[in-house]
Design a protein. Structure first.
Length: 402
């Protein structure tokens, strides 16, 4: 079977794998869930926990203050902005919720979103509908898959539109939505734009200036290869200058100046909470540093591996590749006739192959359209090898052989 030529040298791939302890005894194709941390990330995490145990949590945080500040700088460089525009949060969903809460929704206001939005985001919209009478309208898809920017334009022109919110890459598909084109529409109409980049950061180039988004939420644990339990929110200068702040701002985001008054923090840190797991913060900084060093070669390799994987999986009897769209990324989803994806995931794991599964409630609209109730999800990254791809497909073939 013909495969694409992949770019990194053998020495570079060998370095990436030596930096990744988990590569030694399993094939990890669950990077869209939680990637394997490289050694510098793991070392930063453990070192700080050891310092907390040795001298105390507050004291260890004070000692690491300069490296904490550097984390903001590194994350900002990763998405093309300044440190003042970055807030560190527990995960992408928390960042997304903080941004949503900064908008003063009223009954009859509208949120324009897509048919492929992340389920937690869709649930937030439904909660706003129930609590505040906010209407959610979903833009149409292009025939090839993914949101139609012209449909967004038509819907966003409505005078009660208060927000356009898009998941750049949905959780249950390899689809890459045209986030830049949607950003151009929002800039043209003057409508705030909230982008979920949870599955994008770490596997594709991200430049918030090109995207023209007001907010961008992301996590550390996926393709960025950071630890679980930490993420970030970007807030644009125009958003901060408008005085936006989350509904429940705390003493990290504002100063209580008088009994009935407070002053907001100058930058995006107004979207943060005071309490941090500083070991996770420092590890996130190292993950951003590592990603910057890998550069575009990482995303290109992950994309090429996923294209090879799709081709191999499509050749298996009873397997239906579900990914649609003009652009696809390093997430490969399949339906295996007669098999439950969650069960296959566990059986693959027993054989040393890590994958993940999605159910209908992870993407009701998309899953119903594809006539799928469960999907098996493979997500390679740049430290995976061609031999691992072939071995994972062979293992699945053995499990589903009649």
């Amino acid at each position: 079977m013909a495969t694409r030529t992949l770019t990194p040298t053998a020495a570079l791939l060998d370095r990436w794998r030596r930096d990744t302890p988990g590569c030694s005894d399993r094939i990890h194709l669950n990077n869209a869930g939680a990637a394997l941390m490289p050694r510098p990330v793991l070392d930063a995490l453990l070192r700080h926990l050891e310092r907390e145990a040795a001298i105390g949590g507050y004291e260890a945080a004070d000692e690491a203050a300069a490296r904490v500040c550097e984390t903001y700088e590194l994350v900002a460089r990763l998405v093309g902005t300044a440190a003042r525009n970055i807030a560190l949060v527990e995960n992408a969903t928390v960042g997304f919720a903080q941004a949503l809460s900064a908008l003063d929704f009223r009954a009859g206001d509208r949120i324009v979103t897509t048919r492929a939005d992340y389920p937690s985001n869709q649930l937030m919209y439904l909660s706003l509908a129930r609590r505040a009478g906010v209407e959610t309208v979903r833009a149409e898809d292009l025939p090839t898959g993914g949101v139609d920017p012209e449909s967004v334009r038509r819907l966003a022109r409505h005078p009660r539109t208060r927000l356009v919110a898009v998941s750049w890459v949905p959780t249950n598909s390899g689809l890459v939505q045209d986030a830049r084109a949607v950003g151009e529409v929002c800039a043209e109409l003057g409508v705030p734009y909230l982008l979920d980049a949870c599955q994008s950061v770490g596997q594709m180039a991200v430049d918030v200036n090109e995207l023209r988004c007001d907010y961008l939420a992301a996590t550390g644990r996926k393709f960025l290869r950071g630890p679980r339990g930490i993420g970030f929110l970007y807030a644009s200068d125009r958003t901060l200058e408008r005085g936006a702040f989350p509904l429940f701002v705390d003493m990290r985001g504002a100063e209580w100046t008088d009994p009935d008054a407070f002053r907001l923090a100058d930058g995006a840190r107004r979207f943060e909470n005071w309490e941090f797991a500083y070991a996770l913060v420092l590890a996130l900084g190292e993950a951003a540093r590592y990603a910057l060093a890998v550069g575009s070669a990482g995303g290109e390799r992950a994309g090429a591996l996923s294209a090879d994987l799709r081709q191999r999986l499509a050749a298996l009897p009873g397997v239906r590749v579900l990914d649609r769209g003009r652009e696809l990324c390093a997430i490969v989803t399949i339906d295996v006739r007669g098999y439950d994806a969650a069960d296959l995931k566990l059986r693959l794991r027993e054989r040393g192959v890590n994958t993940s599964s999605s159910d209908r409630d992870d993407g009701v609209l998309d899953m119903d359209e594809k006539r799928a109730t469960t999907v098996l999800r493979f997500s390679p990254h740049y430290y995976n090898t061609e031999d691992e791809i072939a071995a994972a497909v062979q293992t699945l073939a053995e499990l589903i052989r009649p």
